[in-house]
Design a protein around this ligand. Structure first.
Ligand code: HEC
Ligand code: HEC
Ligand code: HEC
Ligand code: HEC
Ligand code: HEC
Ligand code: HEC
Ligand code: HEC
Length: 400
């Protein structure tokens, strides 16, 4: 599918928003068309950055000011918000990007080899002197790579990326050939890089995928809080703020913290209680987890398993969402600070908050329990990783 060229979806803080791309984990059957500027703006305007001094779409803030100076970092929140801080520190959001050598995956892969059958090459990982090295031996010819970044907590997978031309405004990157997969406890070909599954053949080389500057910013944009000091449309590895930190969702918090320390109420914190409507969550969470406006026409249909990976897209197709305007948000089922709970009772309680007579008809098959495996089953969206289908629907009539 062709890539849209319009850049209508700039995230004011993080440069260009999602666009058509193989992404880290490939198989995006939904090619992301980029969502309307209005969507991105609504999200960030909701951040109450104050009128006038907030970053304007696409410009990345007032010239000369360091947006970064308004961020205080996660550690500063723990003093007054121990609950969310402890949960967030253990969640995937706090581990979306780190120096490669510091990742758990690097420790697990250190000293291990992988045979690349597609190109008759042997790869070997080695962590030494605080750096992750990746060597490729093909018929005695050895190519050596230094890996800069690890993307993803590794709950499912960790993909390795190195930045090229770090100190220029047009940093591009290499998405390395090998990814760590938790499911198989070792390395495998990075999704989207197998010859038979590749999305962009022209970007592929036997050693990895060459990611252009724009897509590099997208990639880092979803896995960081700020791309560079001024928040501008630029990737600057020296000053980026990694991970989906507190301030990625709640906005820069320096003024909040300073006011709170003086016992005053600071400027409103976006996404505080009562300030995170379902629509805002669909757009904000959907900036990274994908929003239906990013999907080209025709991709959203019940038989597309790729949608399972894009929870806001699925959820918004559900009758549960459509028929309760504003009534079903991500936080109806998830603590936004924590890993997704694996306790079925949490989700059943959410279902039953609506699906209890007389308000709603109860389930004719199982009125009180077991909702998720039948109505939100895990599906393979195309990369050996299971995602729970957020398009809540009937699994079909029970046949005798
Ligand atoms: C549109 C935003 C977006 C872009 C662009 C993006 N990611 Fe992600 N990434 C996500 C989200 C959301 C998740 C969590 C859900 C999922 O796994 O799809 C994720 C998950 C991952 C994971 C799995 C983490 C785990 O263990 O669960 C890896 C690895 C990853 N991304 C790597 C990359 C790489 C490498 C790139 C760039 C080549 C990239 N991503 C670009 C949003 C994005
Ligand atoms: C010195 C104490 C202190 C620190 C440090 C602090 N906060 Fe708060 N925070 C408060 C207090 C008090 C409130 C409740 C009153 C208010 O809304 O200002 C609050 C409320 C909030 C709310 C809810 C706002 C609402 O409208 O419901 C959010 C979100 C929040 N803080 C985020 C953060 C983040 C993110 C950080 C770290 C970057 C942080 N806070 C650091 C004291 C603090
Ligand atoms: C800036 C991009 C971004 C935003 C905004 C975002 N997420 Fe995520 N989310 C990610 C990435 C990347 C991951 C993968 C984390 C990992 O590597 O394990 C993720 C993972 C998750 C997970 C799985 C967590 C786990 O550890 O089990 C849940 C649940 C989730 N996000 C919910 C939300 C909700 C709800 C919101 C909105 C309130 C939201 N996310 C906003 C990027 C984002
Ligand atoms: C992925 C987005 C996201 C991240 C990251 C995030 N929050 Fe929140 N936070 C939310 C949302 C959404 C709500 C509103 C919850 C609701 O309405 O039930 C919220 C609510 C809050 C509240 C008010 C309610 C409460 O639970 O006490 C505080 C305080 C808060 N967050 C602090 C933090 C701190 C501190 C961090 C970092 C350690 C953080 N948040 C990280 C999305 C996020
Ligand atoms: C905010 C309220 C709400 C929540 C929470 C909710 N639903 Fe629904 N659900 C509805 C409404 C309203 C309908 C539409 C009923 C109608 O058409 O009469 C619906 C419809 C359905 C349908 C029929 C869908 C179809 O396409 O025929 C199923 C199945 C369903 N819900 C299951 C669930 C399950 C399982 C959960 C929990 C994982 C859940 N719902 C959570 C409100 C909700
Ligand atoms: C009706 C309940 C419900 C709502 C609403 C909901 N989720 Fe989920 N979500 C679940 C369940 C159930 C799981 C699977 C938990 C487990 O692993 O057992 C899950 C898992 C996830 C995961 C982990 C990956 C996966 O798919 O298994 C992510 C990410 C996620 N949800 C994001 C979101 C986002 C973003 C929203 C809002 C657009 C949202 N969820 C709304 C029930 C819900
Ligand atoms: C063993 C699988 C299973 C479990 C467990 C289950 N359901 Fe169902 N559910 C079904 C099937 C199958 C149908 C479709 C029945 C039909 O159309 O004959 C259905 C239908 C429904 C409907 C549509 C009813 C209507 O009138 O159209 C709702 C709502 C629903 N389930 C909610 C739930 C909730 C909430 C739970 C958990 C408390 C739950 N289900 C647990 C299999 C299940």
């Amino acid at each position: 599918m062709p890539e849209p060229t319009a850049n209508a979806n700039d995230d004011p803080l993080n440069g260009p928003g999602p666009r058509a791309d193989a992404r880290g984990l490939k198989g995006d059957l939904l090619v992301l068309a980029g969502f309307a500027a209005a969507a991105a703006l609504a999200v960030w305007l909701g951040f109450g950055q104050g009128s006038g001094d907030g970053p304007a779409a696409g410009t990345g803030g007032v010239a000369g000011t360091s947006l970064a100076s308004r961020f205080v970092g996660d550690a500063a929140c723990a003093e007054c918000h121990p609950g969310p801080s402890a949960a967030h520190a253990r969640s995937g959001h706090s581990m979306t990007l780190r120096p490669a050598a510091e990742s758990k995956a690097a420790g697990l892969l250190d000293g291990r080899s992988f045979k690349d059958g597609e190109y008759e090459a042997d790869w070997r990982f080695a962590r030494r002197d605080g750096t992750l090295h990746l060597d490729r031996n093909s018929g005695g010819e050895v190519a050596r790579f230094v890996v800069d970044y690890a993307f993803g907590s590794g709950k499912h997978a960790t993909t390795f990326v190195s930045v090229v031309d770090q100190d220029t405004a047009s940093a591009s990157s290499i998405e390395h050939r090998l990814t760590y997969f938790a499911g198989r406890g070792g390395a495998g070909i990075t999704p989207g890089q197998s010859q038979d599954t590749t999305v962009d053949p022209h970007e592929l080389s036997p050693t990895g995928r060459n990611v252009n500057p724009e897509k590099t910013r997208d990639c880092f944009g979803c896995h960081t809080t700020l791309l560079c000091e001024t928040g501008a449309n630029r990737l600057d590895p020296a000053t980026l703020i990694p991970n989906v930190s507190c301030e990625r969702c709640h906005g820069p918090a320096r003024e909040h913290v300073e006011a709170a320390r003086k016992g005053r109420k600071g400027p409103p914190m976006p996404f505080g209680l009562g300030q995170s409507s379902a629509d805002l969550q669909m757009r904000h969470c959907g900036f990274c987890h994908r929003h239906p406006e990013q999907a080209p026409p025709g991709e959203i249909h019940p038989d597309n398993p790729g949608i399972a990976r894009f929870q806001p897209v699925g959820l918004m197709q559900s009758a549960c969402y459509k028929k309760t305007p504003g009534g079903l948000s991500c936080t109806a089922c998830h603590d936004p600070h924590a890993r997704a709970s694996t306790d079925a009772a949490v989700y059943e309680a959410a279902c039953l908050s609506c699906h209890t007579a007389p308000a709603q008809a109860a389930c004719p098959v199982s009125p009180a329990k077991g909702c998720v495996p039948c109505h939100m089953p895990p599906r393979d969206s195309g990369q050996d990783i299971l995602f729970h289908d957020h398009w809540i629907r009937s699994p079909g009539p029970v046949r005798p």
